[in-house]
Design a protein. Structure first.
Length: 173
């Protein structure tokens, strides 16, 4: 946190945080992700690669990135839905990969996003974006000590499999 505020937010394009992951049981966020997410550097960066479990941080704070890879100790499905809605309207969004140790309200996924599509190794959803592209959400459930993984990717309509259903929920902010 000492170096980030010294960097010019107008020229900083990528933030990389590469430190050992803390235990999912550790409640001490010594890095201060909440403070980092409030900086102009964070808000203006286009790409993120964070190998640190963001404890207590809000998943909405990554919606402005074009590309991001980040881990969270826990995230609720409702917050994932808020992120999904923000990304559906984002002209900059390309790819966001989120690893989560504990997904809260897991049973709400189908309620909020509809039934997932099962095709080979793919389990997920397709949503129409405000600009006509499609958001593909690839869901990989966690097993044993592996975290749950959500991969949000912008794709062209032509890339959607013929048997897939692209959902057209009202796009909210």
């Amino acid at each position: 946190m000492k170096i980030l505020p010294l960097l010019n937010p107008k020229f900083l394009e990528e933030i990389q945080i590469k430190i050992p992951k803390i235990s999912q049981y550790d409640r001490d966020d010594s890095l201060g992700m909440d403070q980092i997410m409030e900086t102009e550097q964070w808000k203006n960066a286009k790409n993120l690669n964070c190998e640190y479990y963001a404890l207590g941080a809000n998943v909405k704070n990554i919606a402005h990135f074009s590309n991001a890879k980040i881990s969270f100790a826990s995230v609720s499905v409702r917050n994932l839905d808020i992120l999904r809605k923000a990304l559906l309207n984002s002209p900059k969004f390309e790819h966001i990969n989120i690893s989560i140790k504990f997904v809260l309200e897991h049973d709400l996924l189908s309620v909020l996003w509809g039934d997932p599509i099962f095709s080979g190794y793919f389990v997920g959803w397709y949503f129409k974006m405000s600009d006509g592209d499609v958001m593909k959400i690839d869901y990989k459930p966690g097993y044993f000590r592996n975290p749950v993984n959500f991969e949000f990717t912008r794709i062209k309509v032509e890339e959607v499999p013929a048997d897939a259903i692209v959902q057209e929920f009202p796009i909210e902010n």
